[in-house]
Design a protein around this ligand. Structure first.
Ligand code: URA
Length: 412
């Protein structure tokens, strides 16, 4: 196969065959096709797009580039959810154990935060000892025991995606519907799922800025799932204000624990129940009972223990990760909260150190925001609109200025 010809054909908007795409991906995974050719190919795809058949072929080739889960005969329904990423999005931490309570298996392979959006693995690693580096055999054994595993992508799990995603990140080719679809769906389909729910976010704190773009991405992912025999549902959720009231790694785990114990912010609980309802095969009422009677929390404790953590640390997370400066931001005038800009808050959390600007950066588990006001809530002058958890006074001042811009209070 002559790679420059293939790149030129894509540049001219031609449709490539499944075989050509499979050979290209295979050559790249094995190091026979260099980064510069795949970069050019990705840019051609960025501008010309791909047909549904091409996207399915790319997804299949990336999925087949490594190992896939292979569940034993007679296994319970295997389900998962994927979020396209938002600010304060700790839904996975609650949904995975909750859906396991309903008798499903949840082999959740998640990612790390990049840019303004946080990552499930970073949040989990704020629990001392929690190990996200599991092999597929360990994961399979854990599914048998407790029905849920939360882990990272290994070198042998969709290696083509791992290489390509890193390359896209530095070549301006991340925001392509075709490439995003193949990247996300190859990893989810390698979990060998029966059902998948997609939480597609749109708004100022999301990858997709408009509902229209989110619909396009959802349709593309649903089409690939159906092509590959998996029941895929998509729920579109606005991401104009953060989910819940906490943003930052350990702060979000603390809020997730509240929700797992039947409490927590109403919007967070609502999103969890909406998404879980699409895949759990049980009623919303039963899912609510699992949250309210402590079942989901107990399953989370089992998950933590199975992956090297100590459930006894969970109630102490605030002490374990106490930032040096924890201070409130005070409203100067009263009114109703009319905006809590998720994009700005994500940016502020990133600058506090909660996120990473480059894939190789570390994250600070302690910093971020909690007790954030929500849109529609009344506030009076002198009331706190959030608490900032910062490492230094300079960081605090930066975050305070950003919160003052992000939170808009309209007088009555
Ligand atoms: N998340 C992924 O895993 N891949 C993308 O391309 C974008 C978001």
């Amino acid at each position: 196969m002559h790679i420059p010809t293939l790149i030129s054909r894509k540049r001219e908007g031609e449709e490539l065959s499944a075989r050509e795409i499979a050979l290209l991906v295979d050559g790249y995974t094995q190091g026979k096709v260099p980064d510069y050719q795949i970069s050019a190919f990705a840019m051609a795809v960025f501008f010309k797009g791909m047909t549904p058949a091409e996207i399915a072929a790319l997804t299949r080739a990336m999925m087949a580039s490594g190992d896939c889960f292979s569940h034993r005969p007679g296994h319970p329904p295997v389900v998962d959810k994927h979020s396209t990423g938002g600010i304060g999005d700790k839904v996975s931490l609650i949904l995975a154990p909750l859906v396991a309570c309903a008798g499903c298996w949840v082999p959740m392979v998640s990612g790390r935060g990049l840019g303004i959006t946080g990552g499930t693995l970073d949040k989990l690693e704020s629990i001392p000892g929690f190990n996200v580096h599991l092999g597929l055999d360990q994961a399979a054994a854990q599914l048998e025991q407790i029905g849920v595993v939360m882990m990272g992508q290994t070198d042998r799990f969709c290696p083509a995606d791992k290489k390509l995603y890193a390359l896209r990140d530095v070549t301006g080719t991340v925001p392509s519907i075709a490439l995003i679809t193949a990247s996300i769906m190859s990893k989810k389909l390698a979990e060998s799922l029966d059902r998948l729910v997609l939480d597609v976010k749109y708004g100022c704190g999301a990858f997709m800025r408009t509902r229209h773009a989110a619909e396009e991405l959802a349709a593309s992912m649903i089409a690939v799932g159906h092509e590959m025999g998996v029941e895929v549902h998509a729920v579109l959720n606005p991401m104009d204000e953060p989910t819940g009231r906490a943003v930052g790694n350990s702060l979000e785990v603390i809020e997730a624990l509240e929700c797992l114990e039947g409490g927590g912010p109403a919007d967070l609980r609502g999103i969890v129940l909406d998404l879980a309802g699409e895949i759990a095969g049980t009623s919303r009422t039963e899912l609510e009972i699992f949250l309210d009677d402590g079942s989901a929390r107990r399953r989370f404790d089992q998950l933590v223990a199975a992956q090297g953590g100590n459930p006894a640390d969970l109630p102490r997370l605030a002490e374990i990760h106490q930032a040096p400066l924890i201070r409130e931001v005070i409203a100067s005038a009263g009114g109703v909260v009319s905006r809590v800009d998720a994009g700005l808050i994500g940016q502020a959390a990133l600058q506090l150190g909660a996120g990473r600007a480059r894939a190789t950066d570390g994250v600070d588990f302690a910093v971020g925001f909690d007790r954030l006001v929500k849109c529609g809530e009344p506030v009076h002058a002198g009331q706190a609109v959030c608490r900032i958890h910062a490492r230094t006074a300079v960081d605090f001042d930066m975050a305070e200025a950003m919160i003052e811009k992000a939170v808009k209070i309209t007088s009555l």
